[in-house]
Design a protein around this ligand. Structure first.
Ligand SMILES: NC(=O)C1=CN([C@@H]2O[C@H](COP(=O)(O)OP(=O)(O)OC[C@H]3O[C@@H](n4cnc5c(N)ncnc54)[C@H](O)[C@@H]3O)[C@@H](O)[C@H]2O)C=CC1
Ligand SMILES: N[C@@H](CC=O)C(=O)O
Ligand code: NA
Length: 442
């Protein structure tokens, strides 16, 4: 029996995830070595400053991340600095130096992934990114390998831990948005720029990656529809609750006859659905395959060691597959030749073409005929109302009118909202929240 050489790893970035990865790799070294069939050793760490959670005694530490990708003794570069530009440069140089790459950087993969995978394929190296989607949940591996026999019909998930943490604490404790966001930042959940979390950009990065793996299409982040949670009010949370729904921030991607839906937005989910009961930093993704039916993946979507769990699992895969010829390895995005055949791929649908149900809240002057005028506008756009509530008001006061509609096309709803907002009876803008209406009966 031949004994394999240790796999030598260089970690770039020693923040939340870098520190977690260092500690998990060190603490569980024996089990990891037995699983990989050889030790996985930390050869070098690049950090701008110490991480108090890590004991770096005896470790080769540099403050130059590029020293790691140029270090001839390193087999695998672990990119945990985050961001687009320097990370892209670092990863492309690592690849060009023949090193395998593990990254947790969804922004990098969603935006520069096509270029990175092309370069990696030419060089015959692996790029693994399990931590990039839903932190510790092994959803990339499940979708890419575990569901490999299925035609994927849709997937929907809570894929931003910070956003879910904020919505959960606002709803359960009536706390202020900014106060809960500061707490999520202190816990290490948020992105360096937290607008990525609250405006849905981070979730759109992750959805882009999942959709590409699900349907075998190139990464197309620029076509994702992105709406965040910053405009969700406690009034809407309460109204949704009265109607039997919970508001969650969902990433949804469906395969339709017209193309692929790729959308991230706040969504009303019926309280009894599993996704409605995912709280705090937890993430969950429901995936519908034609053979398996619905499956659900649940766990911590952010945090040092949950995310490190995924980084280390990737290192194990890389360690095992280093001895396999590149053409026999699992393709980066599950399907072979995605980027080469991009002109034949199904198109991402413009948002105006999607069909869904809606929650609408408008503030109206309480005078005779207002409901009839609202109903006429909706009916002229072919939109039928499933439920309507109007609160009692005293003379001249603005009252909320809350409606749930049946499924309709987004373009019709855009036109109806435009007309509603121009009514003299309606004050301000109309709040629209889409209602989850995915069919999970396989
Ligand atoms: N925090 C989390 O729960 C999760 C984060 N991620 C991703 O993991 C990556 C890292 O995120 P965090 O650890 O949260 O960020 P962080 O900000 O805690 O850590 C990044 C570290 O990289 C260092 N760094 C940045 N540029 C550097 C450079 N040029 N040279 C040397 N050091 C440099 C920073 O000083 C910092 O210590 C990001 O891509 C993020 O999106 C993914 C899943 C979960
Ligand atoms: N900021 C992200 C971190 C994990 O991807 C999140 O909150 O989900
Ligand atoms: Na993951």
């Amino acid at each position: 029996m031949t004994t394999l050489e240790p796999v030598k790893v260089g970690i770039c970035g020693l923040g939340t995830v870098g520190g977690g990865t260092f500690n998990v790799l060190t603490r569980n070294a024996d089990d990891i070595a037995r699983r990989a069939g050889r030790p996985i050793v930390i050869q070098q760490v690049a950090a701008r400053r110490d991480n108090p959670a890590c004991d770096l005694a005896g470790i080769n530490v540099t403050n130059d991340i590029f020293e790691v990708v140029r270090n001839p003794d390193i087999d695998v570069v672990v990119e945990l600095i985050g961001g687009y530009d320097t990370a892209r440069e670092l990863v492309l140089e690592a690849i060009s130096n023949g090193k395998h790459v593990v990254t947790a950087n969804k922004a990098l993969i969603a935006v520069h992934g096509n270029e990175i995978f092309q370069a990696a394929a030419e060089k015959g190296v692996m790029v693994a990114f399990e931590a990039a989607v839903a932190g510790g949940i092994p959803v990339i591996k499940s979708l890419r390998e575990g569901l490999g026999g299925n035609r994927i019909q849709w997937l929907a998930g809570i894929i931003n831990g910070t956003g879910n943490y904020i919505l959960t604490h606002m709803r359960d404790e009536g706390r202020d948005f900014n106060d809960v966001l500061a707490e999520a930042q202190a816990l290490g959940y948020a992105e360096a720029d937290p607008t990525f979390d609250v405006e849905g950009i981070d979730a759109a990065h992750k959805l882009t990656i999942l959709a590409s793996i699900a349907y075998g299409v190139p990464l197309q982040f620029e076509k994702a529809y992105t709406e965040g949670i910053s405009r969700i009010t406690s009034e809407d949370i309460e109204q949704a609750d009265n109607l039997g729904y919970v508001i969650k921030h969902l990433g949804i991607s469906c395969r339709t006859d017209e193309g692929i839906e790729l959308r991230v937005h706040p969504t009303l989910i019926p309280k009894q659905r599993l996704l409605a009961n995912v709280h705090g930093v937890k993430n969950a993704i429901e995936i519908m395959g034609d053979a398996v039916g619905p499956t659900l993946y649940y766990g911590a979507g952010a945090g040092a060691e949950p995310t490190a769990s995924a980084v280390v699992a990737d290192l194990l895969d890389v360690a095992r597959d280093m001895v396999t010829e590149h053409k026999y390895r699992t393709p980066y995005l599950a399907f072979s030749g995605i980027i080469e055949q991009s002109d034949q791929a199904p198109q991402v649908l413009p948002m105006e073409n999607i069909v869904t149900a809606y929650y609408l809240r408008l503030m109206a002057v309480d005078r005779p005929g207002v409901l009839a005028r609202v109903a006429t506008i909706l009916s002229e756009q072919g939109i039928s109302i499933e439920a309507l509530t109007q609160k009692e008001a005293t003379e001249g006061e603005l009252v909320p009118i809350i409606m749930l509609t049946h499924r309709t096309r987004e373009s019709s709803m855009n036109e109806a909202i435009r007309q509603l907002e121009s009514l003299a009876d309606v004050a301000g803008s109309v709040t629209r929240i889409r209602v989850e209406n995915l069919d999970d009966n396989a």
